[in-house]
Design a protein around this ligand. Structure first.
Ligand code: BGC
Length: 369
């Protein structure tokens, strides 16, 4: 313990050495476009801890390579690790990163309790922190980088409603499969989709046939939960609001077993989610251009390394900590069969990964080559 405290202090001193005074940068609009710029003088290392490999394919398939690229382009040394869904492991990784001398630590928390703990330890060592994608409630992050997560939910709710309308289903029975109760984003997604669905439940246009959160976004558990909800709904459902592609795929697997094909939503524009859209098994996904999120994180890290104020798009209120966190919030995009080619034309996913033999014909039809 004592050894790591010494390490912590050393890390803090490293920060002090590179501080070059406060800049006059005002909070201004940034879409997190590029992390590059006058980076020649940037010294110091950044640590990034991703949450797991199970709750979404995004962390290893998109975030890791895009963050690696963003920091490399910016000329900043970065140590990017994954906590593999283990909260104690995240704490241990954070401690060793602080000891190794990172000046900035970015985390995707596994819950706000351990997230705050990590940030308090970092702060005590003079290490700046950034919340990446998930806000740590009651935490002390200097910045928050994410997408507009309420908007993500609104796109999901509206996407489901549009798909149900297209199928002419009246009094459609909807099952909601929410994200992890420990993830503030899951709360925001639900706030977004319920703002669309609740009035329709109230008017009787839709019927809420089931609603449950999936602990830790565990995709396998999501299948069991969905199966139970479907049974409780008498085996009948007309649409599924699934909070991400992994949960959506879990529901689709159960639906197929029951010879049902109904609109299912998702999020992350994963290869699996996009293939489910091509196959007609999934109604939509929410595409979040993660290169922008990674670039925004690199840009804010550089500002912290230089002792400057980073460019933000506004603030996000942390009700637990009762503070406004300077934030960069990016814009999510709804993707359905009509624009399923977008993540490919953007270079987010490769046509070769998406258009495997089983999806080749659907890809051609969707204009993906
Ligand atoms: C992220 C989603 C992801 C989910 C599960 C959320 O906090 O915003 O993109 O699908 O976590 O990892």
């Amino acid at each position: 313990m004592r050894k790591s405290v010494i390490g912590l202090v050393t890390g803090g001193m490293a920060v002090a050495l590179v501080l070059t005074g406060c800049s006059s940068d005002k909070n201004s609009s940034s879409s997190g476009s590029s992390a590059s710029g006058s980076t020649a003088s940037v010294k110091g290392k950044v640590g990034v801890i991703l949450p797991d490999t199970q709750s979404s394919a995004r962390w290893e398939s998109f975030d890791k390579p895009l963050l690696t690229k963003a920091f490399a382009t910016a000329g900043v040394s970065a140590d990017i690790q994954n906590a593999l869904g283990d909260k104690s492991k995240m704490i241990t990784i954070a401690q060793s990163m602080i000891t190794e001398g990172v000046s900035v630590l970015a985390i995707v928390n596994l819950d706000s309790t351990t997230g705050s703990q990590i940030q308090a330890t970092a702060k005590a060592a003079g290490v700046k922190t950034i919340d990446y994608d998930r806000l740590t409630l009651g935490g002390s992050a200097d910045y928050y980088v994410s997408f507009d997560n309420v908007k993500v939910g609104e796109l999901q709710g509206q996407g489901l409603v549009d798909c149900l309308k297209a199928k002419n289903v009246t009094k459609a029975k909807v099952i909601e499969l929410n994200g992890s109760p420990t993830d503030n984003n899951a709360t925001l997604f639900a706030q977004g989709y319920n703002s669309v669905l609740d009035p329709l439940y109230a008017s009787g246009t839709l019927v809420k046939a089931g609603n449950q959160s999936v602990p830790n976004w565990d995709n396998a558990q999501a299948g069991t939960i969905f199966e139970q909800l479907l049974t409780a709904a008498g085996g009948k459902v007309d649409g599924v609001l699934a909070a991400n592609d992994g949960l959506g795929n879990a529901a689709i697997t159960v639906l197929k077993k029951n010879h049902l094909q109904v609109p299912v939503t998702g999020q992350d524009a994963t290869v699996q989610g996009l293939q489910n859209i091509l196959a007609g098994d999934q109604c939509m996904t929410v595409y979040k251009p993660i290169a922008d999120e990674a670039n925004a994180l690199a840009a804010l890290s550089i500002s912290l390394l230089k002792g400057e104020t980073g460019k933000t798009t506004g603030t996000v209120h942390d009700a637990t900590g009762n503070r406004d966190v300077p934030s960069v919030l990016l814009t999510p995009v709804a993707v359905n069969i009509a624009n399923v080619s977008k993540p490919v034309s953007d270079g987010f996913v490769k046509a070769s990964e998406l258009c495997t033999a089983a999806y080749a014909a659907a890809c051609t039809k969707a204009g993906i080559s």
